[in-house]
Design a protein around this ligand. Structure first.
Ligand code: ARG
Length: 564
């Protein structure tokens, strides 16, 4: 059979261009073109993955077994076993420079072992973000953090902040135009009663968020029992809606007091985000609802305007029977604006899982309206003052453990460690599992923790400082298996970026960094670096390790420590 050039079928996603630059992508392309050529009737996706047992190979494909059973089903008998199919696939792979060996094992697994030459050339190639970027310019809008004015940020917001920021970092690094939106809850009928209550009680709109929150609670209680207060609050909403100057002024003051407090948290976590709150979309709501109503995507039910999703019968209300707009109506206007005016190609909402139904209804409506689509993430749990406590615990830990650091350095280190631990604990979790932060776990030097990563990073940095050599790529050679595995882990970086974006899961990037650190530690335990025969070669490998660690840390939004 003759090879058809360019027969590799491309994934039809916009990420396709990225895969061409990753090892896994390249390998998958090779196996795929061989399969398409030798087994043209087989149209299922091709499996190639990292090999769990590195003594067998670096990557593995199980496609031969799948193809064999498909052939058997179709009554095709020219192959006696999956191993024969595997032979055929291997025969179809003509470019061999990439491999040291391709072997067939067990029932028909194909194992690929990368060649030293290939590893070396990949290691030399600078990690250029431009190479990863999508060929078509893509605009991703990430809606994250999004706390509510006059209320304290809770753990759901904190998680959203940390995960959203990391996703943005990775998208940005991969060349996407990235918009970071803080969809703060700064509008709604609750402001009527809050302002009314504050006026009646002479409370300054400049108050702290916790005072505002207390005020809000009292106002709510009063609203429920006091008809006179209720009526006045409703008048106040009308005033706010019509931008009555005095009311609008008070509203703005309340917003800026909350905003300042949120900002201190963003500063502490080094988060970048731009506020475009609910109020921004207020004037767009009536026309959006009209459009959706005329398209019959929202319907009137018992006086309210509702979205019905097939799966469950309780509708999502987007205009209350009293005519008031709500959370859902704002999101409908927002999603339309993001698609139509901001021209976002991809919109990601990072919120707790409790809002799943809400977003399902919004996305369904937006899709059917012919505007586009979006993806949801997330979840919630208990948080409180974790940042302070994390910092204190790290300080105590470092003091007791004993280091060469001065007290000021310990102070700085524990600040960084505290924030990294809280962030990492969050990122490292699968987004959908429940978040439980454990201080004991945070200080675990051996587990998958920020502490472990920071120690590993500081170790590499220290080795590089101690050596009197600079790394020499031209001297680089592979003389030990652990050395080879470390080099491979480094060159898998782009694969890690790709899976992070495909799954929208920072945990994938964490997994990569953790493996990089443990692979480095294995290497360091086995291979003499300073004072060894090939110090320049190994220092070069350490430099590439440090570079890749730093890059990953920065994408995760974690500041690495040079000394510990
Ligand atoms: N303010 C909301 C809350 O605290 C989160 C907003 C999420 N974003 C959105 N577009 N609805 O639950």
């Amino acid at each position: 059979v003759r090879r058809r050039p360019g027969a590799v079928r491309r994934q039809c996603s916009a990420e396709a261009s990225v895969t061409e630059h990753t090892i896994l992508g390249t390998l998958r392309g090779m196996v795929e073109s061989s399969v398409r050529e030798r087994f043209p009737d087989y149209d299922k996706p091709i499996d190639v993955a990292e090999c769990a047992n590195t003594s067998l190979g670096d990557f593995q494909s199980s496609s031969a077994m799948q193809i064999f059973s498909a052939l058997a089903k179709a009554g095709e008998t020219s192959f006696r076993s999956p191993r024969d199919v595997a032979d055929e696939i291997v025969a179809g792979i003509s470019e061999r420079e990439m491999f040291d060996s391709i072997t067939i094992a067990g029932p028909g697994f194909i194992n690929f072992r990368l060649s030293d030459n290939y590893i070396r050339s990949e290691l030399f190639r600078e990690t250029k973000s431009a190479e990863l970027g999508p060929t078509i310019k893509r605009h991703v809008l990430v809606d994250f953090s999004s706390p509510n004015i006059a209320k304290e940020m809770h753990v759901g917001h904190l998680r959203s902040t940390i995960i959203g920021d990391t996703l943005c970092n990775v998208f940005e690094f991969c060349g996407y135009t990235t918009t970071r939106v803080n969809h703060v809850g700064d509008w709604g009928t609750q402001f009527g009663m809050l302002i009314q209550f504050m006026k009646e009680n002479g409370i300054s709109p400049d108050s702290s968020v916790s005072d505002l929150q207390a005020c809000y609670k009292q106002a709510k209680q009063k609203f429920d029992v006091d008809d006179d207060f209720k009526a006045k609050s409703k008048d106040m909403v009308v005033k706010l809606q019509s931008y009555d100057p005095e009311t609008a002024h008070m509203w703005r003051q309340i917003c800026s007091a909350s905003r300042a407090e949120f900002q201190t948290i963003y500063d502490r976590l080094k988060i970048r985000i731009v506020e475009k709150g609910e109020s921004f979309y207020n004037d767009m709501i009536p026309s959006v609802l009209d459009e959706l109503q005329s398209k019959r995507l929202i319907v009137e039910d018992a006086g309210a305007l509702c979205i019905f999703t097939e799966s469950d019968d309780t509708p999502v209300i987007c205009r209350k029977s009293d005519g008031g707009f709500n959370y859902a109506s704002t999101d409908l206007a927002a999603v339309r604006h993001r698609i139509m005016s901001e021209k976002a190609d991809k919109i990601i909402y990072v919120t707790d899982q409790g809002q799943h139904k809400h977003f399902k209804a919004i996305f369904k409506t937006a899709n059917e309206a012919g505007w586009g689509d979006a993806q949801v993430a997330l979840e919630h749990v208990g948080f409180g003052v974790v940042l302070d406590e994390a910092e204190e615990r790290c300080f105590k830990f470092l003091e007791e453990k004993g280091t060469n650091l001065t007290t000021d350095e310990i102070k700085h280190a524990s600040k960084v460690l505290g924030v990294s631990s809280v962030k990492y604990a969050d990122l490292q979790n699968n987004r959908l599992t429940n978040y439980t932060f454990s201080f004991d776990r945070m200080l675990d030097l051996k587990g998958n923790t920020a502490m472990y990563l920071q120690y590993s990073h500081a170790r590499v940095a220290t080795i590089l400082q101690k050596s009197s050599f600079a790394g020499r790529p031209d001297q680089f050679s592979i003389s030990h298996e652990e050395e080879r595995l470390l080099a491979i882990q480094i060159i898998k970086f782009q694969d890690a970026l790709l899976t992070t974006l495909q799954d929208l899961a920072p945990s994938k990037l964490c997994e990569y960094l953790y493996t990089l650190c443990s692979t480095f530690n294995n290497f360091y335990a086995e291979c003499k670096v300073i004072g060894g025969d090939n110090e320049e070669s190994r220092i070069y490998l350490c430099e590439r390790t440090l570079y890749t660690m730093k890059l990953t840390f920065s994408l995760l939004g974690i500041e690495p420590l040079e000394r510990l």
